[in-house]
Design a protein around this ligand. Structure first.
Ligand SMILES: Cc1cc2nc3c(=O)[nH]c(=O)nc-3n(C[C@H](O)[C@H](O)[C@H](O)COP(=O)(O)OP(=O)(O)OC[C@H]3O[C@@H](n4cnc5c(N)ncnc54)[C@H](O)[C@@H]3O)c2cc1C
Length: 126
């Protein structure tokens, strides 16, 4: 467990966001790494929720949470390495490292799963 106050003093915190420490980065598949972000306590979330991550001084990118909603001290996101983008995913893959601090928003859910008798799962590769 770390000192959240010291963590907040040690970096610029963006409006509506607070700092999280990168605890682990794990290769999930070709070009995809997951990032485990931790702080003393995290807001609860439901499947479909995403956070805004401030990557460098001007870049903000959205990543859905894909960890365990019962984990009250960390969030996990998975990021594809997109070399032709404006730099958000390159920052994660090439600069971000375990121990670094990232400013992360509260989760919000624009894609909440509603109770239903059946669900249709679709996936896209591209
Ligand atoms: C709700 C939501 C959920 C998301 N979930 C994920 C996720 O789970 N994992 C993940 O890796 N990413 C996810 N993303 C995308 C993510 O937020 C970033 O956009 C991604 O990491 C790439 O960031 P970037 O700055 O490297 O590239 P960006 O600049 O954001 O570019 C993304 C793609 O668009 C193309 N592009 C950029 N500008 C142009 C242009 N002018 N003309 C044509 N093509 C262009 C790039 O070639 C690149 O392939 C999500 C986004 C949203 C909004």
């Amino acid at each position: 467990m770390f000192d959240q106050e010291k963590l907040e003093e040690s970096m610029v915190v963006h409006a509506g966001a607070s700092p999280m420490r990168v605890r682990q980065m794990r290769i999930e598949s070709s070009g995809v790494i997951s990032v485990l972000l931790e702080r003393a306590a995290v807001a609860s979330w439901t499947p479909g929720a995403h956070v805004d991550m401030h990557l460098g001084s001007t870049t903000v990118r959205q990543y859905p949470l894909c960890g365990d909603p019962e984990d009250k001290t960390s969030y996990r996101v998975a990021v594809l390495h997109q070399t032709t983008g404006r730099g958000g995913s390159r920052y994660v893959h090439e600069k971000l490292r375990p121990g670094d601090l990232v400013s992360v928003s509260q989760p919000r859910n624009n894609f909440e799963l509603l109770p239903a008798q059946r669900y249709v799962f679709t996936a896209e590769v591209g």
